[in-house]
Design a protein around this ligand. Structure first.
Ligand code: ADP
Ligand code: MG
Length: 699
C-alpha cells in the first residue's frame, strides 16, 4: 500500500464507504491523508459530571437518560433538551434550540462525548451546556479505541455521507500506523532555511496533534504541521505557474514599434486627459507590446475606472504596426457599445471598426468575416461569435478580452489561436488582492487602475422596501425633469431570460402607460435583435430614452454618463458583484447619482448584501465581503476560470503563506540550487499538477 492506493483497499473503508468518500473527492490514500480536520477539540480535560464547575470548557462522557422536545408553532424553533448522566451519579442538562431533529439522533441510552461551556441553570438548579458539541460513542465502551476519541486533542472531520468524524479518525489513525513514511517531496534547499518539519511528521501532526500542541494554533490552521502542509500545497502550485510563465517567456511574439507617429495618434485620439493610473497601466502594456515576447496581461480596475480608454490606446499601437485588434465582450449589448465607442474614438484616425455578434443576419456576418480576413477591418468588436472557427484574421496582433471574469481560460486560448502569438490583454472589474490575482490568473502579469477619473461623486445608495415604490417614482420624475436619465432593472427569474423578458415587458407597459406617461421610456432585453439593441443603446446615449427598463443584460460595461439613477427591483435576488456592477452604470458623470435597491422580503444573506452596498462604494471591500459570503469556488467561478482546487490550503485564510510560497517558488524556478533538485521537482509537478489543481500540463 502506498499513497496512490485506492481508498477501497484501506482497512475499514470498503466499497460503500469508498463511494461516499468519492463524493468528497477522496479517491486515494493520499487524498485521505490530506483530508484535514476542520476543527480540534480538547478532550484532555475529560471530567465526571460531579467534577464540573460553572464557567469552564469541559468534556464529559455520559449517557442519554431522558429527552424532551418543546414544540412551538413553527417546528424549526423547537427547544430540544436531554438529561445526561455518568458514573458520578450526577446529571447534566444539554439544550439545543432550532434542532428538533436531535430527537431522532440522541436516543435514550446512547453514550456520547459532550463538549461545551458549563453553566449553572438557575431555573432548573442544574448544571447545563448550551448547544454543546457532541459525538456519539460506540454503543458499548470500547477500550481499544478509547484513547483515540478522548483524553487528547481530538480531530473533528467533516462527515462524508455516513462516514462520520469517528470513522475518519479511526481509519486515518490506523493508516498512519501501518503506512511506511513516504519520501518528502519538498526540496531541502527550500524546507531547510524555513525550518519546515518533514512531510510525514506534518501529516501525522495535522491529524493527531502531538501532546502539548496549542489548541488555538491548531484551530487557526497555524500549528507547525499545518504551516508546513499549507506551504507545500501553495509551493507546488506556484512552481507550476512560474514554470508556465518561464515557458511563455521563451515564445516569440510581435515586437511592436513605439515611435512618435504612434504617440501622436494616441494623443489625437484621447478625448480627455488620462488619469495617473491609466498612464501607469498603459506604460506597462506598451512595455509588454514593445518586447518580443507575447504579452499576457490582466488590467484590473473598479467599475467606471476607465479601462476601455487604456484598451483603445493599446489598440492604436497594434493597428499602427499593421496589425488587427480583436475585442471580445460577454454580451451583445456591450459589444455593440464598444463598437460605438471605438468608432467615435477612431473616426479621426481613419480606422475601420466592425461588429460581429452571433445573432446578426447570416449574410451580414459573412460580409464582416470577409472584411476581417482581408485585413480591411482594423478592429473587430464582438461576442463569442468571434471565437468561431470560420473567423479568420488577416494579421491579429492584439487580443483584448473585456470583463474577463465572464469567460474562461479556454476562450482566451481560442482567441489567441486566431493569430500567431498575439499580445493578450484581459480586463476585469473584480478587484482582488494582488497575490490572489497573480495566483488565480496564474500566468498573467497584472496592472491595476486604482484611481477614478476626476470629478466623480460617490453614488448614494439607498435600500427601499417595495411598499415605498411610489416614492421611488416621484424621485425618478424629479431627476428626469432635471434632464437626467435612469435605469430600472428587473432580475432574471428562475434563470430564464424569456421569463425575465416578460417581466420586464410587463413592467415596461405598466411604467410607460400608468406611471411615466409623459416621459420617454425604453425597453431592453436579451431577445432583441442586434440591430434593435444597438438602436436602443443609441437612443439612450443621445438622451432620447429617459428611462430604460431592462433585464440584467445591462449589468456589465454599459456607459451613459448622463444616467444618474439606477433602480434595481428585487435587489434581494442579486449577488454582490452584480449589484456593484449595476450600480457602476451610474455615477459616470459630474452629477450626483443614486442607486435605489428595492426589495420584497429579505433573507439574512440578502440583508447582508444590501447592507454592504448601502455602506460602501469600494469595489475592493465589496469583493472581499462577496468572497467571504460565497467562498472562493463560487466567487471565481468554475475550475475553468483557473481557480485551483486546494486541499488543505485556503486562498482566503492563508494569504500570507501564499505570498511566502510564491516568493520561494519563483526563486526556486529562476535559480534552482541544482539540476538534480529541479529535475525532481519537475517530475513531482508533472505527476501532481493535473490531478491536484486541475490545470493544464506544464513544462
Ligand atoms: P470601465 O473601467 O468600467 O470599463 P469605462 O472604460 O467604461 O470604465 O469608463 C467609464 C467612463 O469614464 C467612460 O465614460 C469613459 O469615457 C470615462 N473616462 C475614462 N477615462 C477618463 C478620464 N481619464 N477622464 C475622464 N473620463 C474618463
Ligand atoms: Mg468596461
Amino acid at each position: 500500500m502506498d499513497l496512490s492506493t485506492p481508498v477501497t483497499y484501506v482497512k475499514g473503508v470498503g466499497p460503500a464507504r469508498a463511494a461516499m468518500l468519492e463524493q468528497k473527492g477522496i479517491l486515494t490514500v493520499e487524498d485521505l491523508l490530506y483530508y484535514a480536520p476542520f476543527r480540534y477539540e480538547d478532550r484532555r480535560n475529560v471530567k465526571l459530571i460531579a467534577e464540573l464547575a460553572p464557567g469552564e470548557m469541559a468534556t464529559v462522557m455520559a449517557e442519554v437518560r431522558s429527552t424532551h422536545l418543546t414544540e412551538t408553532r413553527r417546528r424549526s424553533l423547537g427547544l430540544f433538551e436531554a438529561v445526561f448522566g455518568d458514573a458520578s451519579g450526577r446529571t447534566l442538562l444539554g439544550k439545543w434550540f432550532h434542532s428538533p431533529y436531535l430527537k431522532d439522533v440522541l436516543a435514550r441510552g446512547l453514550r456520547v462525548a459532550l463538549y461545551g461551556k458549563v453553566e449553572y441553570d438557575t431555573f432548573n438548579g442544574a448544571l447545563s451546556m448550551m448547544h454543546p458539541e457532541f459525538e456519539i460513542l460506540a454503543e458499548e465502551a470500547d477500550d481499544s479505541e478509547a484513547g483515540l476519541h478522548t483524553g487528547r486533542i481530538v480531530p473533528i472531520y467533516e462527515a462524508a455521507g455516513k462516514v462520520t468524524t469517528r470513522v475518519f479518525r479511526a481509519v486515518i489513525h490506523r493508516l498512519l500506523d501501518t503506512l511506511p513514511a513516504p519520501p518528502d517531496p519538498l526540496p531541502a534547499s527550500v524546507s531547510g532555511p524555513l525550518r519546515l518539519m518533514g512531510n510525514w511528521t506534518a501529516i501525522r501532526g495535522v491529524h493527531f496533534p502531538p501532546e502539548g500542541e496549542d489548541l488555538r494554533a491548531l484551530n487557526a490552521f497555524r500549528s507547525p504541521a499545518h504551516f508546513r502542509m499549507i506551504f507545500e500545497e501553495f509551493f507546488w502550485l506556484e512552481c507550476g505557474l512560474a514554470l508556465k510563465r518561464a515557458k511563455a517567456r521563451l515564445q516569440t511574439g510581435i515586437a511592436f514599434e513605439l515611435n512618435d507617429r504612434v504617440r501622436e495618434k494616441i494623443l489625437a485620439m484621447l478625448p480627455f486627459k488620462p488619469t495617473g493610473a491609466q498612464k501607469r497601466a498603459l506604460k506597462e502594456i506598451a512595455g509588454d507590446m514593445a518586447s518580443p515576447r507575447p504579452m499576457n496581461r490582466l488590467l484590473q480596475g473598479d467599475v467606471g475606472s476607465g479601462k476601455t480608454l487604456v484598451a483603445a490606446e493599446a489598440a492604436i499601437i497594434a493597428i499602427e504596426n499593421g496589425c488587427q485588434t480583436a475585442v471580445l465582450a460577454p454580451t451583445e449589448i456591450l459589444a455593440a457599445q464598444h463598437y460605438v465607442y471605438f468608432k467615435n474614438l477612431f473616426s479621426k484616425l481613419g480606422y475601420v471598426p466592425v461588429l460581429l455578434t452571433g445573432s446578426a443576419p447570416a449574410g451580414e456576418k459573412t460580409q464582416i468575416k470577409k472584411l476581417i480576413a482581408a485585413g480591411l477591418a482594423h478592429i473587430v468588436l464582438g461576442t463569442h461569435a468571434l471565437l468561431e472557427a470560420d473567423v479568420e484574421f488577416h494579421r491579429l496582433g492584439l487580443a483584448i478580452i473585456d470583463e474577463q471574469h465572464r469567460f474562461g481560460v479556454v476562450q482566451r486560448l481560442k482567441l489567441m489561436q486566431k493569430g500567431v502569438h498575439p499580445d493578450v490583454l484581459v480586463m476585469t472589474a473584480t478587484p482582488i488582492p494582488r497575490t490572489l490575482a497573480l495566483t488565480i490568473y496564474g500566468d498573467l502579469d497584472v496592472s491595476i487602475i486604482d484611481e477614478m477619473p476626476p470629478g466623480r461623486k460617490p453614488v448614494v445608495t439607498r435600500h427601499v422596501t417595495e411598499d415605498r415604490l411610489e416614492q421611488v417614482y416621484t424621485f425618478l420624475k424629479k431627476q428626469l425633469d432635471a434632464g437626467r436619465q435612469a435605469y430600472i432593472v428587473y432580475p432574471l427569474i428562475e434563470e430564464s431570460e424569456t421569463k425575465a423578458m416578460k417581466a420586464a415587458e410587463k413592467a415596461y407597459q405598466h411604467l410607460s402607460r400608468a406611471v411615466f406617461p409623459g416621459y420617454r421610456v425604453g425597453l431592453l432585453h436579451g431577445r432583441l435583435t442586434p440591430g434593435e439593441k444597438e438602436g436602443v443603446m443609441r437612443r439612450l446615449q443621445s438622451g432620447e430614452i429617459q428611462i430604460l427598463v431592462s433585464t440584467t443584460v445591462i449589468e456589465v460595461g454599459v456607459d451613459v454618463s448622463n444616467a444618474t439613477v439606477m433602480v434595481v427591483e428585487h435587489a434581494e435576488t442579486f449577488g454582490l458583484a452584480q449589484l456593484h456592477q449595476l450600480r457602476g452604470r451610474v455615477g459616470r458623470g459630474a452629477e450626483q447619482s443614486y442607486c435605489l435597491l428595492v426589495t420584497a422580503g429579505l433573507t439574512d444573506a440578502g440583508r447582508e448584501r444590501i447592507r454592504t452596498m448601502v455602506e460602501s462604494n469600494d469595489g475592493f471591500y465589496i469583493a472581499e465581503v462577496d468572497l467571504k459570503l460565497r467562498g472562493p469556488g463560487e466567487f471565481f467561478g468554475t475550475r475553468q476560470s483557473g481557480i485551483p482546487a486546494l486541499r488543505m490550503a485556503s486562498i482566503l485564510r492563508d494569504q500570507e503563506i501564499l505570498e511566502l510560497a510564491r516568493r520561494e517558488a519563483v526563486r526556486f524556478v529562476d535559480q534552482p540550487p541544482s539540476e538534480d533538485e529541479l529535475r525532481r521537482a519537475l517530475a513531482f509537478i508533472r505527476q501532481h499538477w493535473q490531478r491536484r489543481y486541475g490545470l493544464a500540463q506544464v513544462g
